[in-house]
Design a protein. Structure first.
Length: 125
């Protein structure tokens, strides 16, 4: 069953959905979270990791993982940003969040190519 290959990205996607859809009042606060554009950094990391987690199972399925992992990640990013406003009364869609998400996806391509394909960090994934 090939679905088992996707347990990491699916688990990570569940975490992303939780993070994007919890009420704004439940988000952590404090001086650490008041760093300028901290939320954009979080969006970057969430989708960077999602795309990284998608590369390996897609490669094992003999697909073009350099096409499909970023395409799936960016599509999910757009979809989740669009429905975030519909699901949460206290959260809104934000084009800058989408840009941060997409930047994370694009950087993950370079990261995967340089570090993972060259056998560095392979055991982490």
């Amino acid at each position: 069953m090939k679905l088992i290959l996707f347990w990491k990205p699916l688990l990570w996607l569940a975490l992303i959905c939780y993070a994007l859809f919890i009420p704004a009042s439940d988000l952590p606060s404090g001086s650490f979270f008041n760093i300028p554009h901290f939320d954009k950094m979080v969006h970057f990391v969430l989708f960077f990791v999602l795309c990284i987690f998608l590369f390996r199972p897609l490669k094992k399925m003999n697909t073009n993982n350099y096409l499909w992992a970023p395409l799936i990640s960016a599509s999910l990013s757009a979809l989740l940003e669009l429905i975030q406003h519909q699901i949460s009364a206290t959260r809104t869609s934000d084009i800058y969040d989408f840009i941060s998400n997409t930047t994370g996806v694009l950087v993950s391509i370079l990261f995967f190519r340089v570090f993972v394909e060259n056998r560095r960090w392979e055991k982490l994934l």
